[in-house]
Structure formats: structure tokens, C-alpha cells
Design a binder for this molecule. Structure first.
Ligand code: NAD
Ligand code: HSO
Ligand code: ZN
Length: 437
């Protein structure tokens, strides 16, 4: 874990190293992901089965890639009523938040009499990546699928790794709850490649969305252009800005809640209170003695974790904006003034009673969020990732007379005569009064 202090003379260099260390991790997976994607393009299902054998330790043939309806039925029957009820609480809250995002079409007539507009239409086919390498993520099934359904996407194809061939019943129950039935037991870069390029078994989709480890995130980056993607939602991150009286153990658990996702996850505490900084550091060490996923959390905390002491909360905000974290907790008496100044974060959790884990499961907003500082320009998954806009223009004869000459002038200036003439021929027809255009 890195201890940093903004009043120390070497702070800038240490902070720059902290920002850079995630980039070097990502660079490490570039080449293997390129090879995996090339093999999927070349060999389709055969490569998918081979990578699944190698990385998920399971022998599989193409006819077994798709999880059957009978397997989904059996999984749903295995899940307890209380867990079905918890899924329902989560799904209902996620659905109502995403339904509120649905945009209206735009249509108006401007001063020149031109009708202008923009129409939203759902994508035809979307690939949902649900992570499953070291933990199962039923919550990510809901976060992916519910907004897609709300947007009206027709085909939802879901990929989830099943390491050692073990299906997680709650993942399948969440898929059933969200209305997803096309599910493949494959993960990693190979699953992203299969959804993007298509194989004999998995028809290609138009956009691949969802979170995953560094391999998944890099694969999405590399297939972008062939298909759309939502954002780079890689290994989890949290920055906690804490001030005033706080329970160090609660803050330690908030940090570890992200660290336990992945050895490449990053958890950072920023505080003006040096005593609190030390107390949280001690509490993290204490929790790591008993946490079931301590091995993963320890690797993340030691390599990427940080505690930064600052002189003021304004300094904390400046660091937050430079990190642009996936998650930001503002744990203090009155978080509003800090909240107002934050420009870059995927999702923000305000006050003492809203730990980030609430957002992971039942808050309502999406937990698939941009990582690796991409919150500078990207946003969390939403209904907008499953919709696209088409603009339209409807000009009548009078409006063409008004705005057409400017188009002719600009087309001539660009040296594009066919453009100019396609407008001027209509203007000439109107002048002659033929009205045929
Ligand atoms: N940013 C977000 O919104 C968000 C949300 C939920 C989870 N997450 C992240 O999702 C990730 C889940 O990770 P996970 O590993 O448990 O599951 P995962 O499904 O993302 O990855 C498992 C797959 O990784 C591939 N893989 C593993 N080692 C490999 C190697 N050496 N070479 C090639 N491929 C390899 C395998 O194909 C395996 O199936 C975590 O990083 C977690 O932080 C992010
Ligand atoms: N914190 C993760 C996003 O980075 C989402 C998640 C799912 N389950 C638990 N957590
Ligand atoms: Zn989490």
C-alpha cells in the first residue's frame, strides 16, 4: 500500500506513479488478448472451446456452449425464496431507475419551415458480458440485462464463464428474472470476441456491454469499431474522501469491498485527518486477517492501494478529479460542497449511510462503470447504451428556397459540384414553377 502526503516534497512524483500503475497492468494484457481475438476470428467455436478448456479448466464441445432451458429451470429451483426475493428487490429498483432515463424523441419546425427531429431506436442485438472468474455476479446480470430490456433490445445474448464447469444457480435465476434465455458458458476475451465476430454457435451482436477483468476490458477495447461497446469497465476502483468523525473499520471494509474483486482492483482513501488515516490502515490489516477473499484483497491493497493525507478538502477534490475513479464515496457530515466540485467520477455515494456496496446491488443506478480514469469521458451503463439516435429533416419547397442557396455556395466552395447541383436543380425547377423535384 502506498502512503502519500500532499505536504511532502515528493508527492507529485508519487501521485504520478500511482496514476500510472494501472496503465502498466493494462498494457500487459494487450498482446495475449490480440492473439485470442485473432484465433476466435479464424477458428470460431473450436478456438472458443480451446480457450475455455485452458482458462476455465473445462472440456467442452460446441454443442454444449449454450446453457439449456432445462439447466436454467433447475438452477431457479435450487435458489432459495429469500434470494429470489432479494433479486426481485434489486431488479425492481434497477428497472425503475433505468425506466426514468428513457428519452423522448425530438421533432419541431424551425423558423425556415424545416421539420427537424431525432428518433431513438433500440439496438437489434446486444451481447452481455457477466464476469465469473473468481466470483459469481448475479447482480451484474441484472445491471446488464434490465436496462437493455427497458430500452427494447430484441436479442440479448449473455456470456458468463463457468470455471471448472460449475454453473452458479443465482446467475441463471437473475437471467430468468431479467428475461435472458440465450446464455453461453464462456468468458474472458474469447467470449467478447465470439459475440463481436460471431461463431457458428454464437451469432454476432451489434454491441458488447458489461464489466470484467483486464482481459475482458482490453478485448472490448480491441473489438470496438467492429461492434459498439459501453465503456471500459475493468477491475474495480474506489476513492473514499473521509472527514469528520468516522468509524475506521467501516471505511476499511469499504476499501476492501473493492479490493476483494481483483488483484488489479484499486482502493484509495483520501483524508485531511492523519489519525484517521492511520486508524484505517490498521483496520484494513485487521480485516485482512479474516476476510475470506483476503488473498485477492491483499494483492490489490499492497500493489495498488493508497492512503493520501491532504491539507484541505479542496486538495482532496483536486486529486479525485485527477484520478477520475469508478466509485467515489464522500463520507463526511456535509458532503454537498465537495460533491458540487467533483467533475470526474463514475458514481458518487454521499454521506455515512451509503456505502458503495449499496450501489453494487440495490441502489438502482448501474454498477457497470468506467474504470482506469475513463470517467473523464465515459459514463456508467444506462439505457442510452442500448439505444441509438437517427436524425431526420423534412424540408418543403419554401424552406428549400430559403436555405438551399447557402448549401449550393458551400458545396461549390468545397469543389463538390454534384452536391451543389443536387440542390440547385431543385431550386431551378422551383423558379421555373415546375414544382417537380
Ligand atoms: N467496472 C465495473 O463496472 C465492474 C463491475 C463488476 C465487476 N468488475 C470487475 O470484473 C472482474 C471480474 O473478474 P473475474 O476474473 O472474476 O471474472 P471475468 O469473467 O472478468 O474473467 C474471467 C476470465 O478471464 C480470463 N482469463 C483469466 N486469466 C487469463 C489469462 N492469464 N489469459 C487470458 N485470459 C485469462 C478467462 O477467460 C476467464 O474466463 C473484476 O476485475 C471486477 O473488479 C467490474
Ligand atoms: N463493485 C463492482 C463494480 O466495480 C460491482 C459489484 C458486483 N457485485 C459486487 N460488486
Ligand atoms: Zn463491488
Amino acid at each position: 500500500m502506498n502512503r502519500l502526503d500532499t505536504s511532502s516534497p515528493d508527492f507529485d512524483a508519487a501521485f504520478a506513479r500511482l496514476l500510472a500503475d494501472r496503465d502498466s497492468d493494462t498494457a500487459r494484457v494487450d498482446a495475449p488478448v490480440t492473439e485470442i481475438l485473432a484465433a476466435i476470428r479464424r477458428d470460431g467455436d473450436a478456438a472458443l472451446c480451446e480457450f475455455t478448456r485452458r482458462f476455465d479448466r473445462m472440456a467442452i464441445t460446441p454443442d454444449r456452449l449454450r446453457i439449456t432451458d432445462a439447466e436454467i429451470d433447475a438452477a431457479c429451483a435450487e435458489v432459495s425464496l429469500s434470494l429470489h426475493a432479494a433479486l426481485d428487490v434489486a431488479a425492481t429498483r434497477i428497472e425503475s431507475f433505468h425506466r426514468a432515463q428513457l428519452p423522448d424523441d425530438l421533432r419541431y419546425v424551425d423558423a425556415q419551415g424545416v421539420t427537424l427531429g431525432m428518433r431513438w431506436t433500440p439496438l437489434d442485438a446486444v451481447g452481455l458480458y457477466v464476469p465469473g472468474g473468481t466470483a459469481a455476479y448475479p447482480s451484474s446480470v441484472l445491471m446488464n440485462a434490465v436496462p437493455a430490456r427497458v430500452a427494447g433490445v430484441r436479442r440479448l445474448a449473455m456470456c458468463v464463464p463457468t470455471p471448472d464447469g460449475v454453473l452458479n444457480p443465482l446467475v441463471l435465476a437473475a437471467a430468468r428474472r431479467a428475461g435472458v434465455s440465450e446464455i453461453y458458458r464462456v468468458g474472458g476475451a474469447q467470449a467478447v470476441g465470439a459475440m463481436a465476430y460471431g461463431t457458428k454457435t454464437i451469432a454476432p451482436v451489434d454491441r458488447v456491454v458489461g464489466p470484467g477483468n483486464a482481459y475482458v476490458a482490453e478485448a472490448k477495447r480491441q473489438v470496438f469499431g467492429r461492434v459498439g461497446i459501453d465503456s471500459i469497465a475493468g477491475p474495480s476502483e474506489i476513492v473514499i474522501v473521509a472527514a469528520d468523525a468516522n468509524d475506521p473499520r467501516a471505511l476499511a471494509l469499504d476499501l476492501l469491498a473493492q479490493a476483494e474483486h481483483d488483484p488489479m482492483a484499486q482502493a484509495v482513501l483520501i483524508t485531511p485527518d492523519a489519525a484517521l488515516a492511520q486508524a484505517v490502515q490498521d483496520a484494513v490489516e485487521a480485516e485482512l486477517k479474516t476476510l475470506p477473499r483476503a488473498q485477492i484483497a491483499r494483492a490489490s491493497w499492497d500493489a495498488h492501494g493508497a492512503i493520501i493525507t491532504v491539507r484541505t478538502l479542496d486538495e482532496a477534490v483536486e486529486l479525485v478529479n485527477r484520478i477520475a475513479p469508478e466509485h467515489l464515496e464522500l463520507v463526511m457530515d456535509n458532503p454537498q460542497p465537495v460533491f458540487d466540485k467533483v467533475r470526474h467520477a463514475g458514481a458518487i455515494f454521499l454521506g455515512r449511510y451509503c456505502p458503495e456496496a449499496i450501489g453494487d446491488y440495490v441502489g438502482g443506478p448501474n454498477h457497470v462503470l468506467p474504470t482506469s480514469s475513463t470517467a473523464r469521458f465515459a459514463s456508467g451503463l444506462s439505457v442510452f447504451d442500448f439505444l441509438k439516435r437517427t436524425t431526420f429533416i423534412d424540408a418543403n419547397a419554401d424552406s428549400l428556397r430559403t436555405i438551399g442557396p447557402a448549401a449550393v455556395a458551400l458545396a461549390r466552395a468545397e469543389g463538390l459540384d454534384a452536391h451543389a447541383m443536387s440542390v440547385s436543380i431543385r431550386l431551378e425547377d422551383l423558379t421555373r414553377g415546375s414544382g417537380k423535384a
